[in-house]
Design a protein around this ligand. Structure first.
Ligand SMILES: Cc1cc2nc3c(=O)[nH]c(=O)nc-3n(C[C@H](O)[C@H](O)[C@H](O)COP(=O)(O)O)c2cc1C
Length: 180
């Protein structure tokens, strides 16, 4: 991989991971990417919880009925949370940090997948944010945006096919309705 354009084309969500653990250097690189992410007014309202414990990964995988089971097989999960009291745009800030870490993972040859927590519920309709909060002792002033799962890829994904680029969503000069 030799360019940013290649990297973003090759980054596809990985939901199957091998058992191989990450090195402390790899984990540090991922965290540095999150900590270097731009944030509005440089308020840095986010916190990152690093989870490698197998039992905790398996509990986190139950944070939603669908779309979270891959966390159980990951080598690492980074829980991304932020404080609405520190920034009115905490969702944007935590989202940017989440994707920065996913792009860093791809650059390290690792797979990753975003698990959405904000506005989601568990199988018994508990708010997923509260479920994760209780598991990880998160104080009330912080909310969980996402859990990003990382690990070595155990599945082949094709790079993004540029034939699927939705150029019709790009409008030149002003919004154009329904023109194909
Ligand atoms: C905001 C956001 C929330 C997402 N939530 C989930 C999720 O909860 N579970 C999941 O399996 N994938 C989740 N994804 C991954 C998307 O499903 C995936 O990025 C999309 O289908 C495009 O596929 P690709 O990442 O392989 O290119 C999420 C991605 C984003 C950006």
């Amino acid at each position: 991989m030799n360019s940013f354009a290649e990297l973003i084309k090759n980054r596809r969500s990985t939901r199957k991971f091998t058992d191989q653990l990450l090195t402390p250097e790899q984990v540090e690189s991922l965290l540095k990417a999150g900590l270097m992410a731009p944030a509005s007014k440089r308020k840095n309202p986010w916190h990152f919880i690093v989870v490698e414990d197998k039992e905790m990964l398996s509990r986190l995988a139950a944070c939603k009925e669908h779309g979270a089971s891959f966390i159980e097989g990951a080598a690492l999960a980074i829980v991304v949370l932020a404080s609405v009291m520190e920034s009115d745009v905490w969702i944007e800030d935590a989202s940017v940090a989440s994707i920065y870490m996913q792009l860093q993972a791809e650059d390290l040859g690792l797979g990753s997948c975003w698990c959405q927590i904000r506005s989601r519920v568990t199988a018994d309709e508990t708010d997923s944010n509260d479920y994760v909060r209780r598991l990880l002792n998160i104080p009330y002033q912080l909310d969980v945006l996402s859990i990003i799962a990382f690990g070595y890829k155990d599945q082949e994904r094709k790079p993004f096919d540029e034939a699927h680029l939705q150029w019709e969503k790009v409008h030149i000069g002003s919004f154009q309705m329904g023109e194909e």
